[in-house]
Design a protein around this ligand. Structure first.
Ligand SMILES: Nc1ncnc2c1ncn2[C@@H]1O[C@H](COP(=O)(O)OP(=O)(O)OP(=O)(O)O)[C@@H](O)[C@H]1O
Length: 244
C-alpha cells in the first residue's frame, strides 16, 4: 500500500509566501492491486505527487509510507518496491542499449542472471520490443524509447508501478499490449498508478480516478460513477457506450 497523509511539497523556499505548493495537503491511499488513474490539468501536481511516492522528492510536511514504512526512513526499500517511469523517458535511461537498460534495475536487486534475462524478455515482449536487446537507445524513435522505459519499470517486478504519461507516442498495438500487461499485473496484486490527462484508454481498467487541481485532490471516485464530474474537471472520458 502507498499511503500519504497531508502531503505538502513546494519548489523553492516560499519564504515570501508567494510560492504555492505543487502538492498541497494530499491524503490518499492506494491498495495493493488497485489501478488508479491520476488525472488533472497541466501543473496540477501529478508528477510532483508521484515523485514523492519513492523519495525522488522530499515532502515539506506530511508523510508518505510504502508498505507501511515511511519513505523517509528507507529510501532503498521505497525505490525497490515503487518503480516509476518519467514523462520524458530520456530522464531515466542508464545504459546505451535496450537490453542493458531494462536489465539495470533487476541487476541492482542482485537477482540471478537467468531471472534477469527472463524478466527482460518478458518486459520487452509486453512493450512489443522482443528481440531488440542490442538496439542502441539513442537510435530509437520517441515512442520506442517510451516503451523501453516502461519495460525497465516492468522488469523490476515492483509492488507498485507508477507510469507518468506512458502512452504519449505509443502506437495502437503497443498501447494495447501495455494495457493488457497492466491489467494482468493489477489482477496479480501490483498497484498501478497511471498519470494521464486522458482517461479514454483507462476508463474500463482503472478502479479509481484521482483528479488533482492546484495540488489538491478535487475528485477521488470510480470512473463510471464520476463521468459528469470528470468532464467538468476537463478530464477526457470516452463517449458513453463506446467503452472498451
Ligand atoms: N523542478 C521544478 N521547479 C519549480 N517548479 C516546478 C518544478 N516542477 C514542477 N514545478 C511546478 O509545480 C507545479 C506542479 O507541477 P507538476 O509537474 O507536478 O504538475 P503536473 O500535473 O504533472 O503537470 P503536467 O501535466 O504539465 O506534467 C507547477 O506549478 C510547476 O510549474
Amino acid at each position: 500500500m502507498i499511503e500519504t497523509r497531508d502531503l505538502v511539497h513546494r519548489y523553492g523556499d516560499g519564504e515570501d509566501g508567494s510560492a504555492r505548493p505543487a502538492v498541497d495537503g494530499v491524503s490518499i491511499s492506494i491498495d495493493d492491486g488497485e489501478f488508479v488513474a491520476l488525472a488533472g490539468p497541466n501543473g496540477s501536481g501529478k508528477t510532483s505527487l508521484v515523485r514523492l511516492f519513492n523519495g525522488l522528492l522530499t515532502p515539506d510536511s506530511g508523510s508518505v509510507a510504502v508498505n507501511g514504512v515511511p519513505v523517509a526512513d528507507d529510501l532503498v526499500a521505497a525505490r525497490s518496491t515503487v518503480a516509476m517511469t518519467f514523462q520524458d523517458p530520456k530522464d531515466g535511461f542508464v545504459a546505451a542499449t535496450v537490453g542493458a537498460d531494462v536489465a539495470f534495475g533487476p541487476e541492482n536487486l542482485g537477482l540471478p542472471r537467468e531471472t534477469i534475462d527472463r524478466r527482460v524478455e518478458r518486459a520487452l515482449s509486453a512493450v512489443r520490443l522482443a528481440g531488440r536487446e542490442d538496439d542502441r537507445i539513442d537510435r530509437l524513435s520517441g515512442g520506442e524509447q517510451a516503451r523501453v522505459a516502461i519495460a525497465g519499470a516492468l522488469a523490476m517486478d515492483p509492488d507498485h508501478l507508477i507510469l507518468d504519461e506512458p502512452f504519449a507516442g505509443l502506437d495502437e498495438p503497443a498501447r494495447a499490449s501495455v494495457l493488457d500487461r497492466l491489467a494482468a499485473l493489477s489482477a496479480d496484486g501490483t498497484s498501478i498508478v497511471v498519470v494521464t490527462h486522458d482517461l479514454r484508454d483507462l476508463f474500463g481498467l482503472a478502479d479509481r480516478v484521482v483528479v488533482l487541481r492546484d495540488g489538491r485532490v478535487a475528485l477521488d471516485a470510480a470512473p463510471e460513477s464520476a463521468r459528469d464530474r470528470l468532464a467538468r474537471l476537463d478530464v477526457r472520458v470516452p463517449v458513453r457506450g463506446a467503452d472498451p
